[in-house]
Design a protein around this ligand. Structure first.
Ligand code: ACO
Length: 432
């Protein structure tokens, strides 16, 4: 997390000049250090959504939104998706390097060892109403882990592998149990003989009457889908995880807050919204042009779901991988999915439209992931849960990095107050 000082910038306020150091990261990102701004000048910056604000220095993930680059710890996401399993990428994000054969074997055995959840926690599922959104269950269960396994909050530097694999393994089990609860099926327990992704598919789809209804293409797709979601630097949910953690909250509580942030339709919830949008177009007779016009209409709040990104102003590199995976999974099922045709037509038309070109709006990761999950038999309201399972190693890595960062402080932005000036309370009988 070391930045190099490359010069100074001056901020002139009235007749005062504040000299601010300028730092540079390893990929050339430059930042003006304004930490003394308020103390020296009384001014704060106004930056809604923190669009221009670097909240930390980080060694984990590099994104170049203009060039469409995404790297975890220096490795291109496409390289990792092609050559690694998800748990290797999880290890990389959390530990800083890819595992050796021995490290991977230990990690896998820890994942197996910690895959069950406490039987008392299983009782929780029974009391949720049948149509509960699995993200509500997932976030509640994640924070409940802090009651069942409180040691993570104590000394997080001790046996990190054990503590984080426990979380990574159990969240997957919780996710699968929440699905089984939502369809009224008995829970399927994790199995030691299965690798991480296959274990998840088994817990999701096996039942007492139907064993292993999944195939190798689905296992490969799941590995890759989880990898492309594994981290995305200071996005909304990661910032929430860091923000909650900055107050000293334990890892489970911080992750639970991140899950809630991810649930939002402008963030991880968009993959669900993409499918709902494509289904609505299909029901409506497939008129793609009408939807594009609606998305461009400034009087309508509607946006083309799965399009646009705060950081990427070119094709999201994850969307490229997701699109290829989607086509592969659909080909393997030998089914025809009319939603894929609609998605491809929508993409082609939007990419040729001046509105989307001028604003740099391209398909984001959510545009094709929902279709792929749907083809794999994962229901729509589980899409964001899948995203959360993938993003978990990134959240953990961000949280742990923040704990070690000497510059880290409790997250506490300022505001520009625009409400009423000081006034006195009028007795209730005299109020109008
Ligand atoms: N459809 C239509 N217009 C759009 C879209 C869209 N999907 N996205 C952005 N725009 C327009 C905005 O209206 C704005 O137009 P204007 O300049 O005329 O006012 C311009 O493009 C810039 O958009 P912003 O809202 O400033 O972009 P911001 O960075 O704040 O938002 C966001 C990014 C939230 C992702 C936005 O593009 C969006 O709502 N997309 C749809 C939801 C979605 O797919 N979310 C998933 C994001 S990826 C993820 O979280 C994993």
């Amino acid at each position: 997390m070391k930045m190099n000082k490359i010069g100074n910038a001056e901020i002139h306020v009235d007749d005062q000049t504040l000299v601010c150091p300028v730092y540079e990261g390893t990929e050339g990102e430059r930042a003006v250090d304004i930490r003394k701004l308020r103390k020296e000048t009384g001014l704060i910056t106004y930056d809604p959504g923190f669009v221009n604000t670097g909240s930390c220095a980080s060694d984990i993930t590099f994104i170049d939104g203009e060039k469409g680059i995404l790297r975890y710890r220096g490795y291109d996401v496409a390289d990792l998706a092609e050559n690694c399993e998800f748990i290797e990428v999880a290890y990389l994000l959390i530990n800083g390097s890819l595992p050796t054969v021995a490290q991977k074997a230990r990690y896998s055995s820890l994942l197996n060892k910690h895959s069950m959840i406490h039987e008392d926690m299983r009782e929780f599922f029974i009391h949720y109403p049948d149509r509960s959104h699995p993200m509500a269950i997932l976030s509640a269960m994640a924070v409940s882990l802090s009651s069942f396994y409180p040691e993570m909050g104590e000394n997080h530097t001790e046996d990190v592998d054990m503590k984080v694999t426990r979380l990574i393994s159990k969240l997957r089990t919780i996710a699968a149990f929440s699905y089984k609860k939502s369809i009224g099926d008995p829970a399927v327990y994790p199995r030691h003989g299965l690798k991480y992704c296959e274990n998840f598919l088994n817990m999701m789809f096996s039942s007492p009457v139907n064993k292993n209804p999944y195939n190798a293409v689905m296992i490969e797709a799941l590995n890759k889908l989880l990898i492309i979601h594994a981290d995305h630097e200071q996005n909304c949910s990661a910032s929430v995880v860091r923000g909650v953690g900055s107050a000293g909250a334990n890892l489970y509580a911080s992750i639970s807050a991140g899950i809630c942030a991810l649930w939002g339709p402008l963030h991880g919830g968009a993959n669900q919204q993409v499918i709902e949008m494509l289904e609505a177009i299909h029901r409506d007779g497939g008129d793609v042009d009408k939807v594009i016009e609606k998305a461009k209409n400034k009087r309508s709040p509607f946006r083309l779901m799965g399009f646009g990104h705060r950081v990427y102003k070119s094709y999201d590199p994850r969307a490229k991988i997701a699109k290829a995976l989607c086509e592969k999974v659909i080909a393997s099922t030998e089914k025809i999915d009319p939603l894929l045709d609609i998605a491809q037509e929508l993409e082609a038309k939007a990419l040729a439209d001046p509105y989307f070109i001028e604003r740099g709006l391209y398909p984001n990761v959510d545009f094709y992931t929902g279709l792929t999950y749907r083809e794999m038999g994962i229901p729509t309201d589980m899409f964001t849960v899948m995203f959360a399972i993938g993003r978990l190693p990134g959240w953990i890595a961000q949280w742990m990095e923040m704990q070690k960062d000497h510059d880290s402080r409790i997250a506490r932005p300022r505001q520009v107050y625009t409400g009423p000036n000081a006034r006195k309370v009028v007795p209730i009988e005299k109020r109008k």
